[in-house]
Design a protein around this ligand. Sequence first.
Ligand code: NDP
Ligand code: BG6
Length: 513
Amino acid sequence: KKLKDGLLSATAGSVEESKDSSGFSFEETGSTVSITVVGASGDLAKKKIFPALFALYYEGCLPKHFTIFGYARSKMTDAELRTMVSKTLTCRIDQRENCGEKMDQFLERCFYHSGQYDSQDHFAQLDKKLKEHEGGRIPNRLFYLSIPPNIFIDAVRCASLSASSGNGWTRVIVEKPFGRDSESSAALTKALKQYLEEDQIFRIDHYLGKELVENLSVLRFSNLIFEPLWSRQYIRNVQLIFSEDFGTEGRGGYFDNYGIIRDIMQNHLLQILALFAMETPVSLDAEDIRNEKVKVLRSMRPLQLENVVTGQYKSHVRGGVTYPAYTDDKTVPKGSLTPTFAAAALFIDNARWDGVPFLMKAGKALHNKRAEIRVQFRHVPGNLYNRNIGTDLDRATNELVIRVQPDEAIFLKINNKVPGLGMRLDRSNLNLHYAARYSTEIPDAYERLLLDAIEGERRLFIRSDELDAAWSLFTPLLKEIEEKKIIPEYYPYGSRGPVGAHYLAARYKVRWG
Ligand code: NDP
Ligand code: BG6
């Protein structure tokens, strides 16, 4: 992408020709970019946003003239912000030469302004400081809302009224959650649109910025061998799996209000599903891709409670260590029924996918950390080798696995002959293991997404009709779970999750991979 245009200059932090969506380079237009991280004192800013901005600077992907401002209520000086930020910056490749110097140069471009999120005056003060740094160049301004959702609107109102760019662009990155159901999401969109046009809003789903999710379309549309098989004719089921081997640690307060279905399924897994299942877009333009994704979402069958299993982790002692229950978190109300695990069978009622179960599974405090797409193909009709395969015919069907993380890989399980005089079949992997194939480190999703927002590339951001369709699918189910106070199946911390997930899959003749 950006790297595609050969825009990288040899000198970090000074891309000579970095281009905007208008096609003009920032330098040609004498423009500048100011990035304001609203909520700069928070967890996400420290953990992801500042490190991603530094990585972009280090790689020479930021325009020559740029400034970064942290904005939050906490009192901090510029120097204190820099000290805070410096703790999480890393040179990800191999401690390359001059890394320390690059960090210092980057930190010199970082500033801080303390203010309330609902104060136009405070944002006007920020505006004044931004202008000083912009030095008369055309000001382009990006605001990253890294704050709790209940203050999104205040911050957008104040930023747009007091600190938006006069003659450049103003864009706002909004972090999830975008509401907690159709109603609240629509209200949020309506409120945002009082101050912003849709094309100024960049709703982030960081899973779309992950390398292997980006690669999904490449795999499908630039290889002859996959796309012809990509339908109900050849695919038996598709699995979308997210698991973490730690609990809600420190985010219990937020999580209890949302639960795993809203936290992971309605956005990260559903977005992957839409990309996986969409028809070929007219082009790679953002609108063409998002048009196809939204069609998939709108073709999905409403989710039935009977096709969903929920779970919650309970305390578990292993090797003398006690792992806490979800409800042991002090910020979680006692007796909370919020699911920390869910499995669901979804269906797309269109010609391509009619009858193919898309099984989703997401959970916290499970036995491993992984995010995977698993595609199980049908049996070979009249397979000549059935008797050489053994009794487990299901296990002998082809499976394509896209391991999004960790240890990124794409592998295809095939049947082959065990070498020797006999005729025994074995299952092996044709394996594209990223660490073995590529020596460069994979960029963090936030780097890709921040760079896209700076360049005005919307392909990896969620359009409002996609969001509406995603909520329409999950809202009735979520209401039913909450109204009926469905009790989650309890599973021990560090286990494989509730057995109910296996029964659900078995109902569709599926075994989880
Ligand atoms: P934090 O809870 O750390 O909040 C960020 C900052 O917002 C805080 O430092 C605080 O700054 C201010 N803030 C917090 N609570 C309030 C409040 N009630 N009223 C006014 N200001 C408040 O959030 P995160 O950094 O964890 O997340 C930011 C956003 O990103 C959220 O929308 C979250 O859902 C989303 N997100 C976070 C992820 C993560 O891993 N942390 C992952 C994915 C999404 P100050 O007091 O200085 O003003
Ligand atoms: C966030 C969720 O969106 O994604 C978290 O709110 C989750 O609960 C996180 O831990 C997982 O992201 P990643 O990139 O670490 O897999």
